[in-house]
Each structure stands twice: as structure tokens, then as C-alpha cells.
Design a protein around this ligand. Sequence first.
Ligand SMILES: Cc1cc2nc3c(=O)[nH]c(=O)nc-3n(C[C@H](O)[C@H](O)[C@H](O)COP(=O)(O)O)c2cc1C
Length: 400
Amino acid sequence: MIISSANDYREAARRRLPPFLFHYIDGGAYAEQTLSRNVQDLSQVALHQRVLNDMSQLDLSTEIFGEKLSLPLALSPVGLTGMYARRGEVQAAKAADKKGIPFTLSTVSVCPIEEVAPVMHRPMWFQLYVLRDRGFMKSVLERAKAAGCSTLIFTVDMPVPGARYRDAHSGMSGPYANLRRYAQAVVHPHWAFNVGLLGRPHDLGNVSKYLGKPIPLEDYIGWLGKNFDPSISWKDLEWIRDFWDGPMVIKGILDPEDAKDAVRFGADGILVSNHGGRQLDGVMSTAKALPYIADTVKDEIKILVDSGIRNGLDIVRMIALGADMCLIGRAFIYALGAQGEKGVTNLLNLIESEMRVAMTLTGNNTIKDITRDAVVDYDKLSSDAKAAMERRAAQVAQDK
Ligand SMILES: Cc1cc2nc3c(=O)[nH]c(=O)nc-3n(C[C@H](O)[C@H](O)[C@H](O)COP(=O)(O)O)c2cc1C
């Protein structure tokens, strides 16, 4: 198969992975409205073409939290990455490291912190969920610190897990799930041998180390469901702020008031995200929400964004809409599922080339040069977002 984009990797991953895994990656919550809006809305942001400006000296590098990055990009935390390729977190981390960008390890990774951090030359980023078991949170943060992790991405948009209908149909959950997964593995021998057999142990590496016993895939959804904490509020985060002395980013911000709260709380960054459309279906895409959030808190806090980014043009769009840097989830997971480390490396190179074209033809030599002028109608995009959020706030006030 000829691969020239993240979409091609999606198709290649669909062919290689058992359906229960492909749909777990590819799917979103409920009717998947937000999942498709993320991609659609972003692709429709028109770039502003400029020509004849001597663009021979492009510089795509940037700096965030004192770290130098070759591109304004990091890999998003993705749970169970070690199920999509053999010891998948290690392979993805190596590709990110070689490219000079951060890799973020999920709380619910297959490979534990201690297996992944040492394969990188730069510090790993670590993602933490708010869980009922605060003892686990403390201990995993201590381990992240000991492994030299620099930035903590604190995910706050999962106080309860959103329902994903595809998982029940595909065999990820639902009736006879074990049996259906086994049947799918039999007809995907490449995956069955490389990952199913040679990629063991298949458990939540960070959690099982803490509990002293494995949490196998069968118990994953149950463990998550029992451990998310719907009572969480800003106050509960304070001990983490005191405990973690490195940069801390709040992941899952989609509203300017929440962004202001993150500034007041003393976070170093926000990650504008709707979890890739995997949590509350029907919420705004990040491309729509970002301009108004950026108008509200730009220069007070670092703004990171993910959800819907599939290529280098999208990264230029997001930076023009107010982000300091971007993260990608599915795009790199498709590449990893299809071709392992080699796939992620190739994808990152494709993204770099796409960014070069977009920067050249919008007349921006450096990342700092990319402003709202790189997109057509920034003011309209921002005021549309503002109007939509005000309408919603008025509705909420009326309902009360
Ligand atoms: C299969 C899968 C698993 C994910 N697991 C996590 C996770 O463990 N922690 C987290 O904060 N976000 C998780 N996310 C969300 C990503 O970090 C990110 O926000 C999202 O994928 C961005 O959207 P995109 O896939 O359109 O790039 C996951 C996403 C996917 C696709």
C-alpha cells in the first residue's frame, strides 16, 4: 500500500489490527459528532496565501517550558499504546525522541514509566488522570519524577468515562468480548504473533506495578470505571500543584472561564482538548473553541491544543488560531499500528514537510511569525466562538 498521509496510515492500521483495537482507536463517544467536527472544522479554516517573500530560511523549531522542540508538536497521551504495536509506547517514544519532540506517556499505558523513560534522550512528559486512589496518584508522580519526567499533563475531562458505542460492537467490551477478541486475533496473524504473543505482558504497567498484581485488558474498562472521580474540583488539584514542581498543563479545557481558572490556579499551560471527541459528544471542536480561548488568556499561560489534527497544515492553522504548540493522538497511533516506530518517524517527517509548504505559502519564516493573519477571518472565528459560548451560558443560567 502507498502511504503519503495520516489517512493512508489509518487505512493501513485498519488492515493490520484486529477490529476491537482499530475501532477503539478510531471511534469516539456516542454518535461521534464531535469526532468528525474536530477534523471538519479544522480543515475548513482557510489559510491566507502570500507569495514572493524569500522563504529560503524556514525555522520550525520552538521552545516551551524551557525545552527546545524541533517542531511545535508533541505526541498526545494514548492509553493501551502497547496493544497497537509490540511495546508500542517504547517504539513511539523512540520516534518522537529522534525527531526532537516530546512523547507523553499515559497513566494507562501498557509499558510502565520505568520501561519508556530510559529509551529517550530528552525528558518524557507524563499524563495523569484524577483517580479515586490518591495513593496511586502520589506514587505514580513520585515514579515519574524519579524517571526524570519534565512536564505533567493533568487530564480533567474524564471525571466519568464517555460511552463509545463502537467498543460494544467491536468486541472491546460487550457480550462474549473475550471470545470475539480471540477470534479476531486468529485472522490477524501479524498482530497476533508480534503483539499478541511477543508484546507481553499486556497489562496497565503503571497500575500493576503499584498494586503488585497485573490488571489485564479484560479488567481495564472495569478498573477505569471504578476509579474515575466525579467529585473532582480545582481544590483537589492543589496538593498536586504543591507536590509536582515541574511544569503542569491542564488537559481538557474548552471554555474561556475554565482557561482563566487554570491561570488563577497557577497552571503553566492549558491543553485545549475534547479528548479527540471521545468524551462528551456534541461539544465544540477545538478549532472553533480555540480563538476565543486564546483571546481570553493568550500571554498569561501557554496554550497547547489537540483533537482533529491530521497534518502539518492543521498545525499551522492551530498556531494561527492562538496555540503555542499542538499534540496529535490518532494520527501517530495509526502510523504506529501500521508500521511501528518506522511509521511514526515517517509520519513526523510528512508533517514537517507539510508545515514547510504551509509556512512558505503563508509567508511565515518562524513559528513566532505565525499569527492570526495566517488565516482568513480570524476575528469572525473568534467572535463566532464567543457568541456560541455566551448563548450557552445564557441557556445554562435560564435552566437554573
Ligand atoms: C485510543 C486513544 C486512547 C486515549 N487515551 C488517553 C489517555 O490515556 N489519556 C488522555 O489524557 N487522553 C487520551 N486520549 C486522548 C488523546 O490524548 C488526545 O486528546 C486525542 O487523541 C486528540 O485527538 P486526535 O486523536 O484527533 O488527535 C486517547 C485517545 C485515543 C484515540
